[in-house]
Design a protein around this ligand. Structure first.
Ligand code: LLP
Length: 442
């Protein structure tokens, strides 16, 4: 049996359960493709993060990076757990507002926030805006001054530390579009400008070195570098941040080949290193903020598909096609991301074939899983692709005019539809019929 499934995930008929709900019942009720979240698992991870900070007796905040999975119900769940969130667009901010998320607990990120988005954030009264570059520093100072509204800000810095991850999701290196570069002195200049801006209250420093990181040492390096810089800033610039936000990026287990640390181990290392470094420099402890996205939602999510056509090319490969694919999960095509799947009707059946799980989109690259071991299957069987909770729904598209799937939350044996399945009518809702005068000659 897949090592990610345990006996507790199965009912007496050996059907895969999520949050105490039979996945085959979910499929009958909500159809496929279907994103299913075990929301109890999300709460458990949040509490595990909190426990690490509390065991170390430090001031902290957990800010959910909502780009990983953002819906009204998700912001409400995060609010119930009393943690913060970050948004990176007017659209995420709007969704959080629709969820009545406490705006004071929102950080606003982004490397090219528009004036409209900054204005929206000021009107909403977000907790802080994370300034990414000099253009934004200038724009926000002017907007805040024009509105005579004080605004709490942090500065995002690019610390010049490379995380070992996919190039597309690595962000901390010097050659990055994000943040004020530390090594060339841009970050120092940004601190000076923020201090001088009448309506900006600079409270913290933010950095994020990348995503799906498996090693502690990048985070320890970041803490060492930041505390060293803070020590210098305290002397040279009379600035010492109240908040040190080290971002997210904690790696999760997608397949048997992944051997990540527990997300909490990253946090424990970050906290312990901060305590050690501040002691060494004889500095006060800043509040430590983390911004986990993937590690809160990836393994809590599963996508259920129905198997349809198959194609067996003797001696080459057998393809099994599902009723979804790159439109609901672009990660395999975009990052060569790996997943594992099980048959929902009985994940304990012994595997007797190796198949490639193909999507239904008109593109050869639309593959979900290469070389998946499975028992014999029939069309109509439900395939559960595991650990799809991060950056699946949030990066979904309507490619080939396929409607996006529904999202269901499950907890303690109950299920709730939190995003409806798109209809064909939704697909054409914004389309307008052609009215330009025709130039075609009869
Ligand atoms: N904070 C900032 C400023 C970020 O840019 C990100 C992710 C996070 C926090 C959360 O990182 P996480 O804990 O989720 O690794 N679409 C890609 C991931 C892009 C990550 C972008 N930034 C994927 O599907 O792997």
């Amino acid at each position: 049996m897949n090592e990610q499934i345990s006996a507790e995930d199965l009912n007496e008929e050996n059907h895969l359960m999520i949050g105490g709900v039979d996945t085959l019942t979910l499929v009958k009720q909500y159809q496929t493709p279907l994103y299913v979240y075990d929301t109890g698992a999300i709460r458990t991870t949040i509490n595990a993060f909190k426990a690490v900070f509390e065991a170390n007796h430090v001031d902290y905040q957990i800010s959910y990076a909502s780009k990983a999975f953002a819906t009204i119900a998700m912001y409400q769940l995060i609010a119930q757990e009393q943690i913060h969130c970050d948004v990176v667009s007017g659209g995420e901010l709007y969704t959080a507002q629709q969820a009545d998320f406490p705006m004071g607990n929102v950080s606003f990120h982004g490397n090219n926030k528009s004036v409209a988005e900054l204005t929206m954030a000021l009107e909403a009264g977000v907790g802080n805006i994370v300034i990414d570059n000099f253009y934004e520093l200038d724009q926000l100072s002017q907007l805040a001054a024009a509105r005579q509204q004080r605004v709490t800000v942090m500065l995002r810095i690019a610390p010049g530390i490379e995380a070992h991850t996919h190039d597309y999701i690595s962000t901390g290196q010097e050659d990055s579009k994000f943040g004020f570069d530390l090594n060339s002195g841009q970050a120092d200049e940004a601190v000076k400008q923020a201090q001088a801006a009448e309506y900006l209250d600079l409270v913290g420093i933010h950095c994020h070195i990348g995503s799906q990181i498996f090693e502690l040492n990048g985070f320890e390096m970041i803490v060492d570098k930041l505390i060293g810089v803070f020590a210098r800033w305290q002397t040279e610039l009379d600035f010492y941040p109240q908040i040190m936000n080290v971002g997210g990026g904690f790696g999760v287990k997608y397949t048997a080949a992944d051997q990540p640390l527990q997300p909490t181990e990253f946090v424990d290392a970050i906290v312990k290193e901060t305590i050690a470094q501040t002691k060494a420099y004889n500095l006060p402890m800043p509040a430590i903020w983390i911004e986990p996205g993937r590690s809160l939602v990836a393994t809590a999510g599963t996508t259920l598909y129905t198997l349809g056509a198959s194609k067996d090319i003797p001696g080459i490969r057998k393809y099994l096609a599902v009723d979804g694919g790159m439109g609901d999960n672009i990660r395999p095509a975009l990052y060569e991301a790996k997943y594992e799947a099980v048959l929902a009707k009985d994940p304990t059946l012994p595997s007797d074939q190796v198949v490639t799980i193909a999507g239904k989109y008109c593109e050869s690259g639309d593959m979900l899983i290469k070389d998946q071991q499975l028992p014999a299957t029939e069309p109509g069987d439900v395939l559960a692709v595991l650990d799809t909770g991060a950056y699946g729904y949030s990066m979904a598209s309507n490619y080939n005019r396929n409607p996006r799937p529904a999202v269901v939350f499950c907890e303690d044996g109950c299920s709730q539809l939190v995003v409806q399945r798109e209809s064909y009518a939704d697909l054409t809702r914004l389309d307008q019929p052609l009215t330009l005068p025709t130039t075609t000659k009869a």
